[in-house]
Design a protein around this ligand. Structure first.
Ligand code: ZN
Length: 332
């Protein structure tokens, strides 16, 4: 019997239709793309990207030259443009504003590889530290209301370049998905006087049916109502509303658990295409008691088709309890 489940943060319903599945091995990802003949993000090709915005690099090396470990450049084909005012106006019943925002690419390694899971933990830590630096920097610009950090890996997850990278788009409005999450967390807090995600962490830890990994300060688990097979969330087990408000030790631990969770997905599911997104609080907001940041990893093993687009319901053939058990047992 299929089951409908509701995710309390996104308020989204999903259909867990386990009759439609399938063992994990039946979910065949696309073949990982081959390494390109020319890699514009590789060390030595710094002049093939727009000039860098930031980098972590060896002492004595210069911007836009080799010697970097993590490098941030503007997207060559940005979804939003950095210059100008918003110029908000009506157009009859419609609203429009200029496409102002920032679209940055975080090049995660100078090597031509398509995943950072083979890099040392300390390097993954630097990638996360760069996320923090860029979020803190972009929110100094009063035109921007939100910073969405995300990663696309594999063609069917939207990646157009092979080289391991993530992206940050700062937007002039708070995205709708975030508004829904913020409102749901606010409503829960108003009703129960507690943080929804803190309660979720407590319940997941106690039930221990959907936990993939527990690193002490972070929990990796399959959410109760996942849209996609093997969807996995990482959340701090302590309350925190802003991803970018931590000290180094927190990102060190996040690097540890993020790398191992992705390794389990890669090893267990034959390097699937995936996205991850960091849902931090909007810019210019103080620490809040009700919102709790989280990172969502969504492998793309099943297509999103007409039913999903039409209803907002997702059909997931793999119950999260089975997905978590499978990932827990993937040996690293
Ligand atoms: Zn919390």
């Amino acid at each position: 019997m299929p089951e409908l489940r509701k995710d309390p943060i996104s308020q989204r319903w999903v259909i867990i239709a386990s009759e439609r599945a399938t063992r994990p091995s039946d979910l065949k990802p696309d073949d990982p793309p081959p390494a390109p003949a020319f890699d514009p993000f590789a060390e030595g090709n710094e002049d093939k990207t727009p000039p860098e915005i930031a980098s972590f690099r060896a002492a004595g090396t210069y911007a836009n030259k080799p010697g970097w470990r993590v490098r941030v450049v503007p997207n060559k084909f940005p979804a939003l443009q950095i210059e100008g005012g918003l110029d908000k106006r009506g157009d009859g019943i419609y609203d429009r504003m200029r496409g102002i925002g920032a679209h940055e690419v975080i090049i995660e390694t100078p090597k031509t590889i398509n995943t950072f899971t083979g890099l040392p933990d300390a390097h993954v830590h630097e990638i996360l530290w760069m996320y923090r630096e860029r979020l803190l920097d972009l929110q100094r610009d009063g035109r921007f209301k939100y910073g969405m950090l995300f990663k696309n890996v594999g063609r069917s997850a939207g990646a157009t370049l092979y080289h391991s990278h993530s992206q940050l788009i700062a937007t002039p409005t708070v995205p709708q998905t975030m508004q829904i999450k913020l409102q749901a967390c606010q409503d829960y807090f108003d009703f129960r006087g507690r943080c929804l995600v803190c309660d979720m962490v407590a319940q997941e830890t106690e039930q221990n049916e959907r936990v993939v990994m527990d690193s002490g300060q972070f929990l990796a688990f399959a959410p109760y109502a996942p849209r996609f097979p093997f969807e996995t969330w990482l959340v701090p087990k302590f309350h925190s509303s802003h991803f970018e408000h931590h000290d180094r030790t927190v990102y060190e631990e996040l690097a540890f658990i993020l790398k191992r969770t992705l390794l389990k997905l890669e090893k267990g599911l034959n390097t699937p295409p995936y996205n991850y997104m960091i849902f931090t609080s909007p810019f210019h907001t103080p620490p809040s008691e009700h919102y709790h940041w989280h990172l969502e990893i969504t492998p793309r093993l099943t297509p999103v088709a007409g039913f999903e687009w039409g209803t907002g319901f997702y059909i997931n053939p793999v119950p999260p309890e089975d997905a978590a058990e499978y990932l827990r047992n993937v040996k690293l």
